[in-house]
Ligand binder design. Structure first.
Ligand code: MLC
Ligand code: AMP
Length: 504
């Protein structure tokens, strides 16, 4: 009888009255409370008629109950599918339909818009609110605080995390219980997390970083988290003195450096600052050390693989590098054409293999075969090299991808919507330097002959269809897209032309 995630992350602490979550308003949720709540939600999910292996799509605000619901899915043998709270109804429709989710859970404020979308794909809709008033919470409140956890193998699916594709269609990355647990075990050891750790948690919990890296590491170590609803500079500064460690995307660290109150005195007691999900500029690394005396530990991961590499805990944390492959992870740099390994020091596509690597894309065998080799290596699409000391450097991306404030944005998805707009012949979307988000989205349009696209109408349509973080922060109409002799749009030229859009 086993359920690896429950057995290792929840069960060992289930009877403890020690804090798991420190919440705004000086309240605390203990491990025993949290374990009991996962049982109550597991009963509520069973009452909804779900069967082992069913998918549960969750678009709920960050709250202790949302976290308990996610672990309830694991306990009940269900596959959870966390979704960005910013997704619009048309984005959500795709995820429910593609995953075949039988249940969709959203905030009560969104239920009127979302319930018909769920029902159109045959999924039931329940609600969950940070104030406890959702329909699923009402059922859970009346349920028992223990639950006969469903047996699962390490190889059984635990989660689908959707990651957009270069063709514009999102793919459901299938992650097993073993993928998630093995990565957490490695990271706890490597980063020396213990029950004394208090992690400042300001990340969203619908992505790998905030959900698996941060939460699973803390659960495994038996530490606690200061659980903030989102990154708010003032709240983070206020919470910092009570924390021992923090995980964030580079924007968190540049925003902290923007605050004069962020001083050596405020940060001195901290054990560890970790950065990932997007490149941390070497200059940010250095400015951070100058201000606080701390060298940020940068690591590299992705949705399909969890974490792959990390700078050392003890040892030289080198700016501009993502450190060494994690124990148990094989990493090689390959020629994009031949697929063969390139000599050390040369640039190629990074491939990784290990217990962290996902099972494939849900119901997309061709895409799985194109990215996951028979020998288990996953082709990340990131361009990198390994230097003479063994440090991995990410130098670019082979895939057409923008990373803005740690969120991935696939230009193709936006281009497809722009190309459909009245008066638009074609479009191209690029990422250019942005002082806060690292990269900001710029769209260029070419008008149909004699037409003048209405940019306000276009913005309004994108607002309907796209989460806010994906919407272009600048839209321009130009004569022609620059193309090479093969007819391919030269996005590098567009990036150069619009490089000063947000930094001038
Ligand atoms: C918000 N906006 C963004 C944005 N976040 N635009 C581009 N990129 C983003 N990341 C929009 C808002 O909707 C708003 O638009 C305007 O920008 C200003 O918003 P803000 O108030 O400044 O943003 P804020 O709410 O403070 O959010 C910024 C942020 C957040 C950086 C705190 O984006 C965030 O938490 N990012 C973390 C993402 C993350 O967890 N990634 C991990 C992926 S896992 P408007 O139109 O309303 O004015 C992964 C694997 C790995 O990659 O290795 O970890
Ligand atoms: P996601 O699909 O959201 O999980 O994003 C994964 C991508 O984020 C990777 O393929 C990289 O391109 C990027 N990424 C993650 N961590 C880092 C890092 N430390 N430095 C540079 N890029 C990173």
């Amino acid at each position: 009888m086993a359920n690896p995630l429950y057995d290792r992350l929840i069960a060992p602490h289930a009877g403890k009255d020690t804090p798991f979550l420190h919440l705004p308003g000086d309240t605390t949720l203990t491990y025993a409370d949290f374990a009991g709540r996962t049982a109550q939600f597991a009963h509520a999910l069973m009452d909804a008629g779900l069967q082992t292996g069913d998918r549960v799509a969750i678009q709920a605000e960050k709250s202790p109950d949302t976290l308990a619901l996610i672990f309830a899915c694991a306990r009940a043998g269900l596959v959870f599918l966390p979704l960005n709270t910013g997704y619009t109804a048309s984005e959500i429709a795709y995820f429910i339909e593609n995953s075949g989710a039988t249940l969709f859970i959203c905030d009560p404020a969104k239920a009127a818009d979302m319930a018909p979308v769920a029902q159109a794909s045959g999924a039931a809709c329940e609600t969950l609110s940070p104030d406890g008033s959702g329909s699923l919470q009402t059922t859970a409140d009346a349920a028992m605080r223990d639950f006969a956890t469903v047996d699962r193998d390490a190889d059984d699916l635990a989660a689908f995390l959707y990651t957009s594709g270069t063709t514009g269609r999102s793919k459901g990355a299938m992650l097993t219980q073993g993928n998630l647990l093995s990565n957490a075990e490695t990271l706890v050891d490597l980063w020396q997390f213990t029950e004394r750790d208090v992690l400042l948690h300001a990340l969203p919990i619908f992505h790998t970083h905030g959900l698996f890296v941060a939460t699973n590491v803390i659960l495994l170590a038996g530490g606690s988290m200061i659980f903030l609803p989102k990154f708010d500079q003032a709240e983070v500064l206020q919470a910092l003195p009570k924390a021992t460690s923090m995980m964030g995307v580079p924007t968190f660290y540049t925003r902290l450096l923007d605050a004069p109150e962020f001083t050596k005195d405020l940060a001195g007691h901290m054990r560890l600052f970790i950065s990932g999900s997007a490149p941390l500029l070497a200059e940010t690394h250095r400015a951070f050390e100058e201000r606080t005396g701390h060298r940020i530990l940068e690591r590299y991961g992705m949705t399909e693989t969890n974490m792959n590499t990390s700078n050392p805990y003890d040892g030289d944390r080198r700016p501009g590098t993502v450190g060494f492959p994690l124990p148990g992870v094989d990493l090689k740099v390959c020629d994009p054409e031949s697929g063969g390994p390139v000599p050390r020091g040369e640039i190629g596509v990074i491939e990784v293999r290990g217990p962290n690597v996902f099972k494939g894309y849900w119901q997309m065998p061709e895409k799985t075969a194109a990215e996951l080799r028979d020998d288990g290596f996953f082709i990340t699409g990131d361009l990198g090299m390994v230097d003479a000391d063994g440090y991995v450097h990410i130098v670019g991306r082979g895939k057409d991808l923008i990373i803005s404030g740690g969120y991935n944005i696939y230009p193709k998805e936006i281009e497809l919507l722009l190309d459909d707009q009245p008066g638009v012949l074609e479009s191209a979307v690029v990422g250019v330097p942005h002082p806060d988000f690292g990269e900001g989205v710029v769209a260029v349009l070419v008008a149909e002959a004699g037409a003048a696209p209405d940019l306000n109408a276009i913005r309004a349509d994108l607002k309907e269809k796209l989460a806010a973080y994906k919407r272009p922060k600048r839209i321009e109409v130009i004569e022609n897209l620059p193309r090479n002799t093969m007819g391919k749009v030269q996005k590098n030229l567009l990036r150069d032309s619009y490089a000063d859009s947000f930094t001038a």
